[in-house]
Ligand binder design. Structure first.
Ligand SMILES: [Zn+2]
Length: 197
């Protein structure tokens, strides 16, 4: 359980570094491109002929198609931030090399699943969309601030905000060299955010 958390968290740092991402909100398309994942909207396909209803009714999923991983997003989901979280979650499955032979689908941003792959994908999604080292450098506390700066739903922002309070209390940011690297990579973004030129 803790190993799953650490693995997903460390991978989120690695991805931010590798993709050279320097600003919030995180551009998930950059990450999908870097890993050569194709992102497809449900409405651009005839999914119902290929997948079971329980799959198609979900927010999204990832599959292997020939030599490429393809992420399908349910564009009937009206909440844009929810679709964004789903994309981050599915990127997590793809990058963490989860077993995607069996289609995993999701309906919720809350960890109700026991499945460790689902937990890892959710941790990855939160950490990639709302990197705590960057939020801490900006001294961000409230869900409202997190929603605005990270472009996430209120639900995700609230979960992150309460986690941030815990991290602020412990004050153990940037102990991991990878996290420090992320922090440096966002340096000019952080300086500009507080003192726009
Ligand atoms: Zn999933």
């Amino acid at each position: 359980m803790y190993e799953n958390y650490v693995k997903a968290r460390n991978t989120s740092w690695e991805v931010l570094i590798r993709c050279g991402i320097k600003e919030l909100p995180i551009t998930l398309g950059t990450i999908a491109d870097y890993y050569n994942f194709k992102v497809i909207a449900y409405s651009d396909t005839n999914l119902t002929q290929v997948f079971k209803n329980e799959v198609v009714d979900g927010d999204g999923f990832i599959v292997f198609s020939k030599d490429k991983k393809e992420i399908f997003l349910n564009d009937k989901v009206k909440n844009r931030n929810r679709r964004r979280f789903t994309l981050a979650h599915e990127l997590g499955h793809g990058i963490l090399n989860h077993n995607i032979d069996i289609v995993h689908y999701r309906n919720s941003e809350v960890d109700s699943e026991i499945d460790m792959q689902e937990l890892e994908a959710n941790v990855f999604a939160r950490d990639i969309l709302m990197p705590s080292t960057v939020l801490a450098a900006l001294d961000i506390h409230t869900p409202e601030e997190i929603m605005k700066i990270c472009d996430v739903s209120r639900k995700s922002a609230e979960i992150r905000a309460s986690r941030m309070e815990l991290l602020y209390k412990r004050n153990k940011f940037n102990l991991n060299p990878m996290e420090r690297k992320v922090r440096y990579q966002f340096d000019s973004f952080i300086r500009n955010y507080r003192n726009p030129t």
